[in-house]
Design a protein around this ligand. Structure first.
Ligand code: FES
Ligand code: FE2
Length: 403
């Protein structure tokens, strides 16, 4: 599965982690690999293997100076491509420098994030044309935090619309994510449709007034993004594996037509909605396993289903509570788990195909990612007819894009 992930561009850092040329380098662990990122004197971002090609000292301790990162053990210096620029402990006339290369991965700054490609260089993929990434910067907000569980556990929560009715229930409905209809019907009919970019799935619920159906259509995009429905601004999350048991969550929130308003940003940064509050100076959420995610039994009796205040904290508490890598052979999957099953089926198929030498389609088709989630009340009973009737709203062309 790691090989499959290495076929895609993946978000790896917030630009704020490398704010200026020659700023301090940062450690990046991703897909089980330890790397160091730095921004050189001309502003380019390098992503190098952490251990120096000479004798393995960590380049995290390196000096970021004059367009290169210099190992402080013996002074070898590398540029953003891993080319060895200087070897001051070798004779001046030596050409040994040209034979040594520090392993390096290409990076891009795109959609307000720093991305990396860790796959074979001859297969350079396209960046995904996700709407939030293409939108004007003031129309989106981005956030990052750490998750102590494998990426798929988090991702499975994203494609599990049934949990909204329970995990995120507030007894006072005005706080609830999703609309009234998600509260009325806790057993939605689910349907899944495979797509070029992953899958689209519809959850059909009875409406509160019994007129038509409330459809929530979400997308799961390869290898690891969600797009969730609801009123704009809204967004989803990307789960980038740090290793088998830890994950970076990158969250995006956007409006396709206008800048985000102050109250919308304030709500996001409150720690109570889509994003957690962080321990200052880290990407670790302030409520976490050590404090039982702030569980308050009185709140659980009177305010909401969980007794945990923040919506994203509710998700993380429950996903981490399964343990860092849950043994899926112990599960008992039901009818509401069809999207979870479909995501696993697609990932497993693509990983097996890759072992046979069949490359995935999505990495080289960035335009396939330009889709939108949708929530609508409609008369269509089956997902196919609903999706067909609403194709223009699922693949709209009215995004206000960055110049
Ligand atoms: S280990 Fe880096 S220069 Fe020697
Ligand atoms: Fe959730």
């Amino acid at each position: 599965m790691g090989e499959l992930f290495r076929r895609f561009w993946l978000p790896v850092l917030m630009p704020s982690e490398l704010p200026t040329p020659d700023c301090p380098p940062v450690r990046v662990r991703i897909l089980g690999e330890d790397l160091v990122a730095f921004r050189d004197s001309s502003g380019r971002v390098g992503l190098l293997e952490e251990r120096c090609a000479h004798r393995g000292a960590s380049l995290f301790f390196g000096r970021n100076e004059e367009c290169g990162l210099r190992c402080v053990y013996h002074g070898w210096k590398y540029d953003v491509e891993g080319t060895c620029l200087e070897m001051p402990n070798e004779p001046a006339e030596s050409s040994y420098r040209q034979k040594v290369k520090q392993n390096a991965y290409p990076t891009r700054e795109y959609g307000g994030l720093i991305w990396a490609y860790l796959g074979p260089s001859e297969l350079a993929p396209e960046l995904p044309a996700l709407e939030w990434a293409l939108a004007c910067p003031d129309q989106r907000a981005l956030f990052k935090w750490e998750y102590n569980a494998g990426y798929l556990q988090g991702m499975e929560g994203e494609v599990d619309t049934a949990h909204l009715t329970f995990l995120h229930r507030y007894f006072d409905r005005s706080f609830a994510p999703g609309n009234l209809n998600t509260l009325v019907d806790g057993a939605p009919q689910l349907a899944v449709q495979d797509t070029d970019y992953g899958l689209m799935y519809g959850g059909r619920r009875r409406t509160a007034d019994g007129q038509g159906y409330n459809w929530r259509v979400s997308h799961w995009l390869l290898p690891t993004y969600s797009l969730l429905p609801g009123d704009f601004p809204r967004g989803g999350r990307c789960y980038v594996p740090i290793d088998d048991e830890h994950t970076w969550v990158f969250a995006y929130y956007y409006h396709p037509h206008r800048p985000l308003a102050e109250p919308e940003l304030a709500r996001l940064h409150s720690g109570l909605s889509s994003w957690p509050a962080l321990i200052p100076g880290t990407f670790r959420p302030a409520v976490n396993a050590e404090n039982d995610y702030g569980l308050d039994r009185e709140m659980q009796r009177t305010v909401n289903f969980t007794g945990i205040a923040g919506v994203s904290d509710q998700d993380r508490a429950i996903v981490e509570s399964m343990g860092p890598l849950y043994d899926r052979s112990k599960e008992h999957l039901g009818t509401s788990d069809v999207a979870v099953i479909a995501v696993r089926r697609i990932l497993m198929k693509l990983a097996r195909d890759l072992q046979k030498g069949i490359e995935p389609f999505a990495p080289s088709h960035g335009d396939a990612y330009r889709v939108r989630a949708l929530e609508a009340v409609a008369q269509q009973e089956d997902f196919g007819s609903f999706a067909e009737a609403h194709m223009e709203r699922l693949r709209p062309g009215d995004l206000v894009m960055a110049p």
